[in-house]
Design a protein around this ligand. Structure first.
Ligand code: GDP
Length: 177
């Protein structure tokens, strides 16, 4: 039988950033006849959610890890086995941008991730008066010496409405395969 390549993709970010909504939306978009959970019933992740999609023979296995402070210490257990990281930021929550950036910085300095592609999602762009994608890019990627040589990209998305999802997923497939 034809062997598919399988790659692990971590979905990280603070609690309430929209990680689980993003994973459900991604599964809906890339899985035929997928009957997912109702998006407005999703509550914040405690523990982890796993989901898999296959695009052109490439299998992506997503690990949506809990973002609460006490769960962030578990993130690094997954780094060594990961092939890409998606970091989700709630663009509507200006008060927690610094907190999100601190968690991001702790993550990107980890040596196991230094060559792992990084997709930054400025989520909830459907809401009014959000922080712009450009500002999020400069806040998170501005101190670029921490980013190093890894491939990185920023996308403005709405996980809830499903806007801007495909581009990032296709980018990850190109990076990992
Ligand atoms: P998680 O804790 O990071 O997994 O976040 P969830 O996926 O549970 O989402 C947290 C809350 O934000 C939920 O009420 C979602 O409906 C909401 N949410 C997630 N993504 C979006 C988005 O793109 N736009 C809006 N307006 N709300 C969103």
């Amino acid at each position: 039988m034809f062997q598919k390549d399988e790659y692990n993709v971590l979905i990280l970010g603070l609690d309430n950033a929209g990680k689980t909504t993003y994973l459900e939306q991604t599964k809906m978009k890339f899985t035929k006849n997928y009957q997912g959970m109702s998006l407005n019933k999703i509550t914040t992740t405690v523990g982890l959610n796993i989901g898999t999609i296959t695009i052109g023979g490439v299998k992506l296995k997503f690990w949506d890890l809990g973002g609460q402070e006490e769960l962030q210490s578990l993130w690094d257990k997954y780094y060594a086995e990961s092939h890409a990281v998606i970091y989700v930021v709630d663009s509507s929550d200006k008060e927690r941008i610094d907190e999100s950036k601190d968690a991001f910085d702790k993550m990107i300095v980890n040596d196991s991730l230094k060559d792992v592609p990084l997709l930054l999602l400025a989520n909830k762009q459907d809401l009014p008066e959000v922080v712009t994608v450009g500002t999020i890019k400069s806040v998170f990627y501005g101190s670029s010496d921490l980013i190093g040589q890894r491939d990185c990209r920023v996308n403005g998305v709405s996980a809830l409405k499903g806007d801007g999802i495909n581009d990032g997923i296709e980018w990850i497939v190109d990076c990992v395969k």
